[in-house]
Design a protein around this ligand. Structure first.
Ligand code: NAP
Length: 314
């Protein structure tokens, strides 16, 4: 299905109106002349002043003129909704992680190709201001060691989100995968996971902490520590030693330092960047599907040693 901004903004529907839809997607769409928020699909009511449908099927029936849907619900229910949208020949944007498993994302990629629509697996942290300049700086360097610390207070960032503790919700990998999305974007050599320790509260099906070790198959030392028990302010940092100095990304990739000196960055905003990319992909008739961060998470669940911790209560 084609969609063009030539005749005015492209109508888009947002599906799953929760925290990220309200905090980021709605302001980004409202601020982007390429798109117009034409409808929502929400079981809980949607957004004041915007046409709402209780299910995607109802939206598809009522608004065949809307060519793009952006899916903001948790990962487990996402596949069947994306499959239905693609079958209706809609362009589909997926929140991170793009699925609850690697295989289902490959399936969606194939379905989108057959339908001739755009599928965009977004990784919002890759659009953080420091990430593109970090990638450029690292491109001709040899990395000797790499350390990720991604630690936040789950009670502050995910209050009452029951799904995040269930199978497919990813637990601490829900934020941790943001770090892995930056890593897989900026690291000039491919890494694979060789070991993990996952800490599960006795009453939960997903980990509250994870320690990961990666290799490039050579001398490079790489590790990541994800923890949801952080108190006193979050740490979202990646520190990389190279043969030509040290690179440090902090605040989730928003700020970049080389050898301790802060570098100038272009702060467009993560979600405005994602919607600009979506517009570009649709205009060019392309998809952008990348599962590499999810593969690291999947490998951590496969190779990880499980450690049990005290029960967690919200
Ligand atoms: P959330 O607020 O807990 O839920 C999002 C919305 O999804 C809900 O309000 C609900 O919307 C819909 N939903 C929930 N369960 C559903 C189900 N079983 N079937 C269909 N729809 C369902 O979650 P969130 O924090 O926005 O996160 C959603 C996704 O965005 C996750 O993949 C997360 O990793 C990603 N993300 C979150 C953040 C963040 O800061 N929270 C940041 C970046 C990315 P309705 O009531 O409208 O149906």
């Amino acid at each position: 299905m084609s969609a063009s901004a030539d005749n005015g903004p492209i109508p888009i529907a947002l599906v799953g109106i929760g925290k990220i839809a309200r905090d980021q997607h709605i302001p980004a769409i409202t601020g982007d002349a390429r798109f117009e928020l034409a409808a929502t699909v929400s079981r809980s009511g949607g957004v004041d002043g915007v046409e709402n449908h209780a299910t995607l099927s109802e939206l598809l029936e009522a608004r065949p003129d809307i060519p793009v849907v952006s899916l903001c619900m948790p990962p487990v229910p996402r596949f069947s909704i994306a499959q239905e949208a693609i079958a209706a020949r809609k362009h589909v944007m997926l929140e991170k992680p793009p699925g609850a498993s690697v295989a289902e994302v490959f399936r969606l990629e194939a379905l989108a190709r057959e339908a001739g629509v755009t599928l965009f697996t977004t990784w919002h942290s890759r659009a953080a201001a420091g990430v593109a300049p970090a990638k450029s700086w690292l491109a001709d360097k040899r990395i000797t060691s790499l350390r990720i610390d991604w630690k936040e207070d789950v009670r502050k960032w995910h209050p009452g989100q029951a799904w995040i503790w269930e199978p497919g919700g990813l637990g601490v990998f829900d934020p941790g995968i943001n770090a892995l999305s930056i890593l897989t974007e900026i690291c000039p050599v491919p890494l694979h996971l060789v070991g993990a320790e996952l800490t599960f509260p006795g009453n939960r099906a997903a980990p509250i902490a994870a320690d990961l070790t990666f290799t490039d198959g050579g001398e490079l030392k790489a590790s990541a520590a994800f923890d949801w028990r952080q108190e006193g302010g979050e740490i979202w940092q990646i520190e990389i030693e190279t043969d030509a100095g040290q690179l440090r990304l902090i605040e989730g990739g928003a700020r970049l330092f080389v050898d301790g000196a802060e570098q100038p960055v272009d702060a467009v905003g993560e979600y405005p960047t994602l919607y600009a990319q979506l517009g570009q992909l649709i205009a060019e008739g392309r998809s952008d599907v990348d599962v590499t961060p999810l593969i690291h998470v999947s490998d951590a669940f496969m190779l990880g040693r499980h450690v049990h911790a005290d029960p967690f209560h919200d």
